[in-house]
Ligand binder design. Structure first.
Ligand code: AMP
Length: 324
């Protein structure tokens, strides 16, 4: 099937022009691409269309505050409102609102999805990031962007492509990054500082994970992190999520997964990454999902964590045999 992204982007702009109330939302447990995309889109709509009531919502994350602030939503703002969902494979994972509350819905995403979810679905699963797709839409429609928005978009692209390392980094990714650099004079050192500076305690925690990772004969590496580990290293339960990509270039690993207990929501948060073997279908079998080589899940019991890890090890074993 040929997807006409240009046409889709025109349809999206038409809908943005049509509605005065617009809500922009993304997935729970957001990463920089999810937050950057909603903040950039909100600010770009406001810059190009004065007097629109645009809200970017969801729970804020202290670590990503430098990207901008998020908005609160009132009940009235849900009526006759356009919802734009960003970086979100499944509407059930929306943070702070429900899709059914809106008269018209649009999804803009780079996660694979084989079923329609919204009135307009702009799904480019070959794009490095949602911010890259937004740049395509913005440039195609000659929208004005500020230097701040360009920096936020660049941050989302750099973060989700893992500094242009991951496989969906394409010539288009570099074209867009280059245009943002060229046209908006963005401050790279500020962006990299915000994204990558971290306390020594996190480095020590990463060393702890390296030293304690179990690696199977099939190239599956895993660790189950506990509250005692976080306490000892003075980090929080989300910290492991931010370092899972750093295990990408370890020869002995084909696929790896971290389990971290989220005390507040009483779930085990699982981060899964792979160099080559496809993992998102395995994650989907455990009520999770994501990209082919970067997925996640939230599980209620340690038995489920063990089952998921067993299934991932089995997937690595099949791949080794050449069955995948
Ligand atoms: P993470 O390890 O949290 O960075 O997530 C990696 C990818 O998996 C992201 O694209 C997430 O949107 C996706 N993902 C994480 N957790 C889930 C889940 N419970 N259900 C569906 N997709 C998920």
């Amino acid at each position: 099937m040929i997807i006409l992204f240009n046409d889709l982007s025109k349809q999206i702009i038409k809908k943005i022009e049509e509605y005065n109330n617009i809500v922009i939302a993304r997935h729970i447990g957001p990463d920089p691409d999810a937050i950057a995309s909603e903040i950039a889109l909100r600010d770009i709509i406001k810059l190009n269309y004065e007097n629109k009531n645009v809200k970017a919502i969801g729970v804020g994350v202290a670590k990503f505050k430098y990207l901008g602030t998020l908005d609160k939503l009132t009940d009235e703002e849900r009526s006759n409102t356009l919802l734009i969902m960003l970086d979100l494979p499944e509407a059930s994972r929306l943070d702070g609102t429900k899709k059914d509350d809106y008269v018209y819905t649009i999804k803009i995403d780079h996660h694979p999805c084989d079923h329609p979810e919204c009135d307009i679905d702009y799904i480019d699963d070959e794009a490095s990031s949602t911010c890259q797709i937004l740049c395509d839409i913005i440039f195609n429609n000659n929208l004005i962007i500020s230097r701040e928005c360009a920096e936020v978009l660049f941050t989302g692209i750099v973060s989700d492509s893992d500094r242009f390392l991951l496989s969906y980094t394409s010539p288009r990714t570099f074209d867009i990054a280059s245009k943002l650099l060229d046209d908006y004079n963005i401050d790279l050192s500020k962006i990299y500082n915000n994204l990558y500076s971290r306390p020594l305690s996190e480095r020590k925690f990463e060393a702890f994970i390296t030293n304690n990772l179990t690696v199977t004969e099939n190239g599956f590496g895993y660790i189950k992190l506990t509250n005692e580990d976080y306490k000892k290293y003075e980090v929080d339960a989300n910290t492991a999520s931010n370092m899972v990509n750093d295990f990408n270039f370890i020869n002995e690993l084909r696929c790896w997964a971290f389990s971290s207990y989220d005390e507040k929501n009483k779930v085990y948060r699982i981060n899964i990454r792979s160099k080559d073997v496809i993992i998102n279908d395995v994650a989907q079998n455990f009520n999770g999902g994501g990209h082919k080589l970067a997925s996640g899940a939230r599980l209620e019991t340690m038995e489920e964590v063990d089952e998921l890890f067993k299934a991932l090890d089995e997937r690595c074993k099949e791949y080794k045999k050449g069955d995948n």
